[in-house]
Write a protein that binds this ligand. Structure first.
Ligand code: SAM
Ligand code: SF4
Length: 390
């Protein structure tokens, strides 16, 4: 068994529906279709009951839930009775830590904005708003249904309703001017007192409309030097506004790192329920260590397989090597790095690939933490790839 007693446990709930499908998005999200809330409540409840059994059977060490995250899709469109039911069942089964963080992703439409108060009354205490861009032309390019004014009004309303507000933005796409971006970001941060910001450089994902356009030569991407300039300048601005970067794309004011996301970057325990959601637990049963629970991806399949009793698409038992690769891939995303004691096979940090990266001052081990040197975070994906497949 891994040396530390993993005591953190979080819960991820996937809601797969959206008003429309954005051209860049490869998340498990589908255009809204008719559904029966009662059936969804039954399936989510069955999954929670099954996970409670799994936690007991595998003797998983945890105190109670320290974080809950409603992700999607667009969970701000979820019927309130489903959210309420999930929170009540989860609280009865696992208990909530005193300062449990309960996050929900929201799109900035006026309909969703009007629901913020009801969400807060149900117990949501952190909202993450998908603003995506700060100007109308780029919002159109990204295929969003809202404009910059809708976004600003939603953010202002969120700040009035919640003590912990995060915003997602996509940047560094072809044709975007660095100066325009930095000006927009400056003004946005000056006008809105946010606790957290996720800044994602646009990636072209297989299976999306942008991917098809890219393959046809209808869409370009910016080169890596340009992308690095965008990253560096954004870091400077956020730093000046008292945001600490704690993950390659995530920034928070002191004390506002996203608890659920940190649980999985730090390879703690989490339960994942809903279509396509996956969870991972540390078992303290003899010979079993890391277990992964994978749900059916298609919403209708997931619903039909969970409505009577919970059924996962697969349950995987990780070997020590798979577990280490997983721990490294997730943990190196964090600026603080990952605890080396979480690795089973310490030889991974004795390997020549590791030494080479260390000699080039790209990686270091300090006070038991393995981390990528700050100025090489922009090359994180290739560093991890080199480390894992030397
Ligand atoms: C599950 S999605 C967000 C949920 C919500 N429906 C929304 O659109 O705001 C999480 C975030 O991932 C980011 N994202 C999704 N696809 C991306 C891509 N191809 N490139 C960069 N960021 C992406 C977006 O910023 C998005 O807000
Ligand atoms: S970006 Fe958000 S709204 Fe757009 S399709 Fe993906 S999950 Fe849905």
């Amino acid at each position: 068994m891994i040396k530390n007693k993993n005591k953190l446990l979080s819960l991820y709930i996937h809601w797969p529906y959206c008003e429309s499908k954005c051209p860049y998005c490869d998340f498990n999200s589908h255009v809204k279709e008719a559904f029966d809330s009662k059936q969804w409540i039954k399936s989510y409840t069955n999954q929670l009951l099954e996970m409670n059994e799994q936690l007991l059977n595998h003797n998983v060490n945890f105190n109670n839930l320290n974080a809950i995250f409603f992700g999607g899709g667009t969970p701000s469109l979820m019927p309130l009775e489903i959210i309420d039911s999930i929170l009540r069942t989860a609280s009865n089964l696992f208990g909530f830590a005193e300062n449990v963080e309960i996050s929900l992703e929201a799109n900035p439409s006026s309909y969703e904005k009007e629901r913020f108060k009801s969400l807060e009354e149900l117990g949501i205490n952190r909202i993450s708003i998908g603003v995506q861009s700060l100007n109308d032309e780029n919002l159109k390019f990204l295929g969003r249904r809202h404009n910059s004014l809708d976004a600003q009004l939603a953010v202002e309303h969120a700040i009035k309703t919640f003590n912990n507000v995060s915003v997602d933005l996509i940047y560094a796409f072809y044709g975007q001017k660095l100066l325009h971006w930095t000006n927009e970001l400056e003004v946005f941060l000056k006008n809105n007192d946010l606790q957290h910001l996720s800044l994602y450089q646009l990636t072209i994902e297989k299976g999306t409309r942008f991917y098809t356009d890219f393959k046809k030569g209808l869409l370009n991407v910016i080169d890596s030097d340009n992308a690095a300039d965008f990253y560096e300048k954004s870091n400077e601005i956020l730093n000046a506004h008292n945001f600490l970067k704690y993950e390659v794309s995530n920034y928070a004011k002191k004390g506002f790192d996203c608890k659920h996301n940190k649980n999985y970057w730090k390879s703690e325990n989490w339960i994942g329920i809903g279509p396509g959601a996956y969870g991972r637990l540390w078992s303290s049963k003899r010979n079993i260590k890391r277990i992964e629970y994978q749900n059916y991806k298609n919403p209708k399949t997931w619903l039909s397989r969970n409505i009577n009793r919970s059924e996962f698409e697969s349950i995987n038992f990780f070997s020590d090597t798979t577990s280490d690769i997983d721990t490294l891939t997730m943990g190196l995303r964090l600026y603080e790095g990952i605890e080396t004691f979480k690795l089973f096979d310490k030889s991974i940090i004795e390997r020549s690939a590791f030494r080479e990266l260390q000699n080039k001052k790209m990686l270091k081990v300090i006070n038991g933490m393995l981390k990528v040197e700050e100025n090489y975070m922009i090359k994180l994906d290739s560093i991890i790839d080199f480390l894992i497949n030397p």
